[in-house]
Design a protein around this ligand. Structure first.
Ligand code: FNR
Length: 374
């Protein structure tokens, strides 16, 4: 179907599902065990109600914001997701192109199917990227990658350290579905170390990834090899959010933010959706929200989902699969359509809420009683 006829992110996912290979579908769609965290991610925002105010001039709604001092056109960012070229040859560079006219921000996966140089080669001045790292057992490989990223400061403005998947989750659909023929897509940052052979892409990608990371060994090491702001991805409890904020306070210029995420449900099944972690933080250590940037991802399908997360205190909201499905539905143009839909939905939501810009958003615009009950 023509991209303009696709009205929402579910329709884009349906269109992509019909176009990508079965293996690609299995890898993108899959999640841990029984897919419960993925299901909770996808449904939790439905149970938060909006509280619109009326009699407000909402001729214009501004959804631009700043990330570590850099202007972005929308609070929606593309979360790091491996192997975009499985969906379409435009790959991660196509994601960059698709979101550029919306001023979107993109976190590039350590397991991207193109090099970090290729991905930003045609990026506009001012387009904001982050680079996500899975620390390797052979630290010299990680250090070499960081040195490359440090040289591309025009584009890469921060580093995201993913913590929620020290080992891969059990993704049965991915493990079961075999490659049809030879896999023509690889992750160059892995240095060709991904194990060859059939089975789960997730399993193969993790080969060589360190599982011995700690607050007191990894962060000083990382700081030594980059002075870009560090964002910790995969925080799932208020305790760890508190530790991150405390670390940031004790080590100025290190940890600048956290991403509340359960890896799209792909790591520990029944781990909480970001909304629950945000609610915990608001209850037990709300000061965290002032000390470091708190971003979320997981299960974003609608502009209203994004706005609800912002009301709870998130500064930016990531989409993982939605960007990949956009790519699968039509290459860079499909990603463009995905962001066109999402940003338009956010615009409508802000206007109907009676809000002119994101700084006005806060808990007074939502009712979370149905989520807090469970
Ligand atoms: C991911 N995710 C991920 N995260 C990360 O830090 N490094 C990575 O390489 C990947 N790879 C990856 C591949 C695929 C196919 C998916 C779907 C996801 C997790 C991703 O950053 C994000 O947390 C989730 O995708 C968010 O959930 P939604 O938006 O997919 O529901």
């Amino acid at each position: 179907p023509p991209l303009e006829s696709l009205m929402n992110l579910d329709e884009i996912e349906d269109a992509a599902t019909k176009q990508v290979s079965r293996k690609c579908y299995a890898y993108y769609f899959s999640a841990g065990d029984d897919l419960l965290s993925k299901y909770y991610n996808n449904t939790v925002y439905r149970n938060i109600l909006l509280r619109p105010r009326v009699f407000v001039d909402c001729t214009r709604a501004d959804q631009s914001t700043t990330v570590f001092g850099h202007r972005v056109g929308t609070p929606v960012f593309v979360a790091p997701a491996a192997m975009a070229r499985l969906a379409h040859p435009d790959g991660e560079a196509g994601i960059a192109r698709g979101i550029s006219s919306f001023g979107g921000m993109q976190v590039v996966s350590h397991n991207a199917s193109m090099t970090p140089e290729q991905i930003v080669a045609d990026a506009a001045e001012g387009q904001v990227f982050g680079w996500q790292i899975y620390v390797q057992n052979d630290r010299r490989k990680s250090e070499a990658m960081l040195a490359r990223i440090n040289k591309m400061r025009r584009s890469y403005k921060f580093v995201v350290l993913t913590l929620d998947a020290p080992v891969p989750g059990k993704r049965e659909l991915d493990e079961k579905s075999q490659f049809e023929g030879q896999l023509q897509v690889s992750a160059p940052s892995q240095g060709g170390d991904a194990r060859p052979g059939g089975g789960g892409i997730g399993q193969q990608m993790f080969w060589g990834t360190a599982s011995d990371l700690t607050w007191h060994t990894t962060l000083p090491w990382l700081r030594k090899h980059t002075d870009l702001p560090i964002v910790l991805k995969g925080v799932q409890t208020h305790e760890d959010a508190y530790l991150a904020a405390r670390y940031a306070e004790q080590n100025p210029g290190s940890v600048a933010g956290i991403i509340l995420s359960n890896h799209g449900g792909r790591a520990l099944d029944t781990a909480p959706p970001a909304v629950h972690t945000l609610l915990e933080i608001r209850k037990y250590c709300p000061e965290v929200l002032d000390k470091i940037d708190v971003w979320v991802d997981g299960g974003i399908r609608r502009g209203t989902d994004v706005v609800k997360a912002l009301c709870l205190g998130a500064k930016a909201v990531g989409v993982g699969r939605a960007a990949l499905w956009g790519l699968g539905a039509g290459g860079w143009k499909g990603v463009h359509r995905t962001f066109e839909i999402l940003t338009a939905e956010i615009d409508t939501c802000l206007k109907l809420l009676g809000v002119q810009n994101l700084s006005e958003l806060g808990p007074r615009f939502i009712n979370t009683r149905m989520v807090e009950r469970d």
